[in-house]
Design a protein around this ligand. Structure first.
Ligand SMILES: [Ca+2]
Ligand SMILES: [Ca+2]
Ligand SMILES: [Ca+2]
Ligand SMILES: [Ca+2]
Length: 356
């Protein structure tokens, strides 16, 4: 038999950043358009994949309790082992299966996959793509069957998506961040009257953190950042719950989506001394990108990034007032940086950013 694609053995080790402790049971997932290969690390954080077809792959490594590593265009030749370190934390772009559970009476279940669009009167009902701000192309959406807009939306009650348990007891100001999709339309049987409800539980108490429907319908992913301490005392047994329902008697088209779930600790300087200007960073330290949350009452501000020698390496002009989010740092080399906001006559104190 001709060997068109030579096979190799791929090995590696996954450890935790800082401690270098091995991470057991991390999922290691290689995929390209022809092949995919998935394994988990052993008790020593090591993995071995024999019979691997050489080629260019996307590589994703993660588990619940650490932030996922992802990298595209890895040319896998079976040479050097992969040595990957993951930051502690919680992050899920839904490329990997971290054990979210689905319940509820509706037969139209939450599903993890690459979203398949449906369209109702020119509007997108079921999303056609996941968020662009994360790795891969998967998200959770309600009944991802495609077809017509009435075919695979939620009917006959609700479908409920529940996260695995997360521990935020050691964080000062934990926020749960996510993107969500909510669409409610279809007037054949009467005006839309459906809902999407997002809850947070600490294992004992469950509180509503977002309620949509029928208002709030839109054919887009919307970012949310929820300060946990505003709702519950952060503890080690928390879960996020997303309930999308069409209980009738008026049946309409309702679709939900969830993507890029993460826990961030929003710490850093918040120099709101005169309520004119503010700058916060999360996560910090960070691996790939840091999100800078900016607040200014000026129409025009400049976000400036300096390296440790004091050299200005990046400047972004922010041309609107109020709250803004800016993602930075993807191309920076590992190290320490300083960020500040210049806004009218105000200059924020500098925040230290650490890329690891
Ligand atoms: Ca995603
Ligand atoms: Ca659907
Ligand atoms: Ca429905
Ligand atoms: Ca309804």
């Amino acid at each position: 038999m001709n060997t068109i694609f030579p096979t190799v053995t791929v090995t590696g080790t996954v450890v935790e950043s800082g401690t270098n402790n091995p991470i057991p049971n991390a999922t290691v997932y290689f995929e390209n358009t022809q092949n995919n290969n998935s394994t988990t690390t052993d008790a020593s954080g090591q993995f071995t994949i024999p019979g691997f077809f050489q080629g260019v792959y996307n590589l994703t490594i993660g588990n619940w309790g650490h932030r996922t590593y992802c990298s595209s265009n890895q040319n896998v030749t079976g040479g050097n082992p992969y040595n990957i370190s993951l930051d502690k934390g919680y992050y899920d772009d839904f490329v990997l299966d971290f054990g979210w559970t689905v319940s509820g009476p509706s037969g139209n279940l939450w599903e993890r996959g690459a979203p398949i669009a449906t369209t109702n009167q020119g509007q997108t009902a079921n999303p056609g793509a996941d968020v662009s701000a994360d790795c891969g192309t998967w998200a959770f959406v309600t009944d991802n069957g495609g077809g017509g807009a009435w075919d695979n939306d939620v009917d006959q009650g609700s479908t409920i998506l529940t996260s695995p348990i997360f521990d935020v007891s050691t964080l000062l100001n934990p926020h749960v961040n996510y993107y969500r999709w909510f669409y409610n339309g279809g007037t054949t049987n009467g005006q839309p009257d459906d809902s999407m409800k997002v809850y947070l539980t600490d294992g004992t108490n469950t509180v509503l953190i977002e309620a949509l429907g029928p208002n709030g319908s839109s054919s887009q992913w919307n970012f949310q950042s929820i300060p946990i301490n505003s709702f519950l005392t952060a503890n080690s047994t928390m879960q996020l719950i997303v309930n999308v329902g069409d209980p009738g008697p008026i049946f309409n088209i309702v679709e939900g989506g969830l993507d890029k779930f993460e826990i961030v600790d929003v710490v850093g300087l918040n120099d709101h001394s005169i309520d004119q200007i503010g700058l916060m960073a999360s996560p910090n330290p960070f691996n790939h990108q840091v999100s800078l949350s900016i607040y200014s009452l000026e129409q025009k501000s400049a976000l400036q990034i300096f390296d440790m020698s004091g050299r200005l390496i990046e400047e972004r002009i922010i041309s609107s007032l109020g709250n803004q989010n800016v993602q930075l740092g993807e191309k920076w080399t590992n190290g320490v940086y300083m960020a500040r906001l210049v806004s009218g006559e105000n200059i924020s104190s500098a925040i230290k950013l650490v890329k690891k």
